[in-house]
Design a protein around this ligand. Structure first.
Ligand SMILES: [Ca+2]
Length: 219
């Protein structure tokens, strides 16, 4: 029996290997569509921005040279002490991130017209506020561990102390996105510059969702 993760809420079922079971047996009974899950190496995705001011959203980057499949990836939030806060998964099929690209997931419900800057909305499954001081972990599509667990397959993990009340907490745009470099608290800074990225009601935003981060000011 293949391990299955708890993602079946919308009928999507993720398998660890292969695209299987399109049809079962001679009776032509249609089985569940299972998706390819190719586990990522640690550091294959990098958390580059977190904002809880106004709307809650995160930005991740693909620092590598290959397109990365995001379907089934788990984003797990914890408090500063490692207590569980909330989590969401990328539940859409065929979601991927190009080399050098950035991807933004925002806590809007699926019923709203999505902001131009948001690639994925997770508000229907994530009720919590981001912790002011806390942890965000990205887990592989076949790896769903507890927050703070020792996990060699963890794709990236960042920790912060005190999210800004205005704008976002952004990894230094003077550095290339990197999952080791973003462990250094001093490589992050507040980004509260305003920009309008679309014509919708949520499209004027503070920070740089989906765009390169500005360099942190030199102290
Ligand atoms: Ca950004």
């Amino acid at each position: 029996m293949r391990a299955r993760n708890p993602l079946s809420g919308n009928g999507i079922l993720f398998g660890v290997i292969g695209v299987l079971a399109a049809w079962q047996g001679a009776g032509c009974e249609r089985g569940p569509l299972e998706l390819v899950c190719t586990p990522l190496q640690p550091g294959a995705l990098v958390v580059t921005e977190v904002s809880s001011a106004g709307w809650h959203w995160i930005e991740i980057a693909n620092p590598g040279a290959s397109e990365i499949a995001l379907t089934g990836m788990q984003f797990l939030f914890g408090g500063a002490g490692g207590t569980y806060v909330d989590e969401f998964w990328i539940r859409e099929h065929d979601v991927s991130l190009a080399p050098g690209g950035r991807y933004v997931a925002a806590r809007f419900p699926g019923s709203v017209s999505p902001p131009a800057w948001a690639d994925y909305l997770f508000g229907d499954e994530f009720d919590a506020d981001f912790p002011s001081s806390g942890i965000l972990e990205i887990h592989n599509c076949d790896d769903h561990a507890d927050i703070g667990a020792i996990n060699p397959e963890l794709v990236d993990r960042v920790q912060w102390s005190g999210l800004p009340e205005t704008g976002s907490w952004a990894f230094d745009g003077g550095q290339a996105p990197n999952a080791l470099a973003n462990d250094t608290p001093t490589s992050w800074c507040q980004d509260s510059h305003s920009q309008t990225l679309g014509a919708g009601p949520y499209d004027t935003v503070l920070g740089s969702p989906g765009e390169d981060n500005p360099p942190c000011a030199t102290p």
